[in-house]
Design a protein around this ligand. Sequence first.
Ligand code: NAD
Ligand code: 6OD
Length: 486
Amino acid sequence: MKEIKHYINGQYVGSVSGKLFNNVNPANGKVISKVHEAGREEVDAAVQAAKAALSGPWGKLTVDQRSAILHKVAAGINARFDEFLEAECLDTGKPKSMASHIDIPRGAANFSVFADMVKNVPAESFEMSTPDGTGAINYAVRRPKGVIGVISPWNLPLLLMTWKVGPALACGNTVVVKPSEETPTTTALLGEVMKEAGVPDGVFNVVHGFGGDSAGAFLTEHPLVDGFTFTGETRTGEVIMKSAAKGIRDISLELGGKNAGLVFADCDMDKAIEGTLRSAFVNCGQVCLGTERVYVERSIFDEFVARLKVGAEELRVGPPDDPNANMGPLVSLRHREKVLSYYQKAVDDGATVITGGGVPDMPNEFAGGAWVQPTIWTGLADDSAVVTDEIFGPCCHIRPFDTEEEAIELANSLPYGLASAIWSENITRAHRVAGQVDAGIVWVNSWFLRDLRTSFGGSKQSGIGREGGVHSLEFYTEMKNICIKL
Ligand code: NAD
Ligand code: 6OD
C-alpha cells in the first residue's frame, strides 16, 4: 500500500513514531494510502528547515529569479496535470469534470499569478522638509515575513493550499504546510514539483497529521513560526488564533459561512436558477462560499422553488470518472453523519422537503461511499439550526421575503459574513443591496467568479483579514520605512 510521507528540507521522510493513519476514498470507503502522522519532532524539523532556508539561497534571489522559479512550479503542476487530477479526485471523490476545470488549473494559477504580481508592487516614498533645510526622503521596502504556517482544509485541497503558498513564496517567505488529514495527496505531490522547479530545500515543507494534539497544534505552538494563514472552520480559527497570540504572531483567517442568496422578482430567472443550483450543489455543497440560505421575493417564490427542484433532481450523482456526474460524495462518512443529522433535524423542525433528504441508491461498488442526495427545504423558522448553522453539504433552505429591506435584514441576521449572491436585473438595486449586505464578497448575477487580483475574505465570524492581489502581498510581507536625511 502506498505511503504518504512528510516533505522536510527537500526530502520525503517518515515519522519517527511510525504512526500511520488511513487515507480513505470517499466514493467507496476503501483505503487508498497510509499517511505518516507527524509528532513534535517532525514539525520541529520542518520549521527549523524553513527558518534556515530564509537565509540560504532562497533569501538571496532577486524578485525576478523567484518569480521565474514559481512560474516553473506552475508549469510543473500543468505538466503533471493528470496525476494531480487523479490524486485530488481519489482523496475527495469529486467529479474529474469539475476538478479539471477548477481545482487543478487554479492550483497552477495561484503560482503564476502571484509570480507576476510580486514584480509589479508599487513602493511608497515621501520627501519631507527638515529644520536645517536639507530635507529627508522616506521610502518603504518590503521584506518577507519569515516562516509561514499554512493550515488548509479538505474541500478544495490543492486550490486552497496553493492560494496561500503561491503568494507566500512569491514574497520570499518559506512555508510549513499542514494539509487536511482527509486530503493529503496533492500537497505531498507538490514537493516533487517544487524540487523539479528548483525551489531550494527547506523553502517548502509539508507535515501530515490531524489538528488538535497532532501536527496542526504542534505547528501553531511552534515559536519559530512567524505567521499563520488558515482556512477552515470558525471554531478551529479561534483555537489557532489563541496559539498565534503567544509571541504576537500575525494571522490570516478564512473561516466558515452560511451564505445568503437574494433573488428579486426582477431577476433573470434562468440565470438565478442556474447560479443557485451551482452555488448550493457544486462540490457536493462543500464550498465555503456556497449558498445554504436562499431568500426569494414572494411573487416569484413558487415558480423559483418548482424550478430549483427540477434542476436539483436533474443533477447526476456519481463517481469521479463518470463524465456526466455533477456531484460526487461528501468527503467522508463522518462528515456524512453530520450532514444527515441536519437532514433529520430539518424534518424534526417541520420543514417541507422539496427534494432529497436522504442517501441515493448507488451501485454495489460504491455502497461504502459517503453519498447524499441534493436537498431543498422550505418552511423552516429563521432560528432553526438548519438555517443558522453551516452544514457544508448539498442543501439549501428557501424562504420568501416581501421587501428589499427585509431581504437585507435576513441576509445580515447571522454571525457569519463571508459571501452573498444577488440576483436582479436592476443594477441600481443590486448595487444598493450589495453595499448593505455584510459580507466580504458579494456577487451580482454570478457566483464564484474569481479574479485573483481582488480581495478575498470574510467579515464577522467568517474571518480576519483579506488575501488576494495586493492584500496577499501585504499579509506575507513586513513593510519597513527607511528615512534618509539628505
Ligand atoms: P477544520 O477547521 O476542521 O480543519 C481545517 C484544517 O485545520 C485541517 O488541516 C485540520 O487538521 C486543521 N486543524 C483542526 N484543528 C486544529 C487545531 N486545533 N490546531 C491546528 N490545526 C487544526 O475545517 P475543515 O472541516 O477541514 O474544512 C471545512 C471548513 O472550512 C468549513 O467551515 C468551511 O466553511 C471552511 N472553509 C472556509 C473557506 C474560506 O475561504 N473562508 C474556504 C474553505 C473552507
Ligand atoms: O477562490 C479562492 O481563492 C478561494 N479562496 C475560494 C474558497 C472557497 C471555499 O471553499
